[in-house]
Write a protein that binds this ligand. Structure first.
Ligand code: LLP
Length: 431
């Protein structure tokens, strides 16, 4: 599964590193990222666009996983990034991403965040709403400068995924609504004000999407809108940004389209529409987060207590859980896992893998067949690279795990484990 392999000691290896050794060095829970996999995914997107001769930008969605180390690596691979907060922007810049390759998203950017982005020289601000137009206009007027922007359109497309991560439907907090004329109004304002250099339009239909249908529907919708604007305002976009959302494999049952095929179908869709509508072919941007980083990540846990309730359930606890991976509790997300420190020939049994948090919903994997596990065994959960560490928290005052990057047999700590001292670092005594 994924890039997992076992060595002669029957230990799981990732990126040429023995995970048992990694755990001796860094402890558990531990996030391990296979850097070769990240690079391959980044290159896959770039190369697909380039092979189709399409001007493009692949913008990594930081929210999937952000730390200093990821940015330099992605810029080396020719990617930019999107950020959705001052904090992500700060991390990206400190991590070495050139501001000109950064895109700033979000439905409620504060005035401070917008000013920070303008001062930092962020490449593109994706404007989400009328309030933001006003805020940004004020800032640009005060600073007597211009800013390259795009604006986010809600295309009114329903993709098939979990409701909480659907974003392209009409009833969404994100973007300018099309049907009520808001998007057109925004266009008029942005075109009329010389502070804004309008580069194009953006849409994002949702996340963990398995097929190209939703994207093709969004392309059709967007191109129809763009054509109308061309007729009405003589405005032709330079860039069409189709957002992210390409699905990944969490379990054996998941069967998403290959990442490159999403790109191919979007490009073909845009080409077809441009020919049909007689519209010049725009530069295409995408914003993949999960599809670059999810399958590169594995979480290693140490097995602890077990509870067998005869004829009901067998619980196996690990030393992490909803603090490092809230997705099962939040979205009923499914994961796969396996024993990582030995190869067992014993008959598998059905167990439920739970975390150590004081909450019954702290279940990482329901009903999985595994060989009998013992205390101190190492348990690996795969495809945890996206929205795991980035949504990690300190519930029950558990320190957040360490994160290590592995490549060609070399391991590098990229985020150290939190300490108990870190946990009280922001607290003040009340005397
Ligand atoms: N661009 C925009 C404007 C987005 O809102 C998102 C994700 C992306 C790109 C990246 O989408 P991706 O390629 O990663 O699917 N916490 C949830 C996912 C939330 C996604 C929010 N927006 C989860 O754990 O499934």
């Amino acid at each position: 599964f994924g890039t997992a392999k076992f060595n002669e000691n029957e230990h799981l290896t990732i990126g040429g590193c023995d995970t048992t050794e990694l755990v001796k060095k860094y402890g558990t829970p531990l996030f391990v990222y296979d850097v070769a996999h990240i690079r391959a995914r980044a290159r896959g997107f770039k190369e697909t666009f380039n092979s189709l001769n399409v001007k493009n930008k692949v913008v990594y969605a930081s929210k999937a996983f952000s730390c200093l180390a990821i940015y330099k690596l992605l810029e080396e691979e020719g990617l930019g990034c999107d950020v959705v907060s001052g904090g992500e922007l700060y991390t990206a810049i400190k991590g070495g991403m050139s501001p000109k390759y950064i895109e700033f998203h979000g439905n409620n950017k504060t005035k401070d965040e917008l000013a920070y982005a303008v001062d930092a020289g962020v490449g593109t601000i994706v404007i989400d709403n009328f309030y933001e137009i006003e805020l940004l206009k004020e800032i640009l007027t005060e600073k007597n400068t211009k800013q390259a922007v795009m604006f986010r359109i809600t295309p009114g497309v329903n993709a098939e995924t979990h409701d909480y991560i659907l974003t392209g439907q009409v009833d969404s907090k994100f973007g300018f609504d099309v049907n009520s004329g808001q998007a057109t109004k925004a266009l008029e304002i942005l075109l009329a004000d010389e502070h804004f250099v309008l580069r194009g339009a953006h849409c994002h239909i949702g996340s963990q999407i398995f097929s190209s249908e939703g994207f093709l529907a969004a392309v059709e919708k967007m191109m129809t809108i763009l054509k109308n604007w061309q007729k009405e305002f003589n405005y032709t976009v330079e860039v069409l940004n189709m957002g992210g959302g390409f699905g990944v494999k969490y379990t054996q049952e998941d069967d998403p389209l290959k990442p490159e095929l999403f790109v191919k179908s979007i490009v073909n869709g845009v080409k077809g529409q441009c020919e049909l509508l007689d519209y010049p072919f725009p530069e295409i941007w995408i914003e993949p987060g999960r599809s670059i980083i999810a399958e590169a990540g594995t979480t290693l846990y140490t097995v602890g207590a077990q509870k067998r309730i005869p004829e009901v359930r067998h619980y196996v606890s690990v030393d992490g859980g909803m603090g490092d991976n809230i997705r099962p509790a939040l979205y009923d997300a499914k994961y796969d896992g396996f024993l990582a420190n030995r190869v067992s020939k014993e008959l598998p049994e059905k167990v439920t893998i739970v975390g150590k948090y004081c909450e019954s919903g702290d279940i990482l994997i329901h009903d999985i067949e595994l060989p009998p596990l013992k205390g101190n065994d190492l348990f690996a959960v795969t495809s945890t690279g996206a929205y795991g560490y980035s949504m990690a928290n300190n519930y029950n005052r558990n320190p957040r795990p360490a994160v290590v990057f592995v490549e060609n047999g070399v391991d590098r700590l990229v985020v150290r484990r939190e300490t108990y001292e870190d946990l009280i670092a922001l607290d003040c005594y009340y005397h």
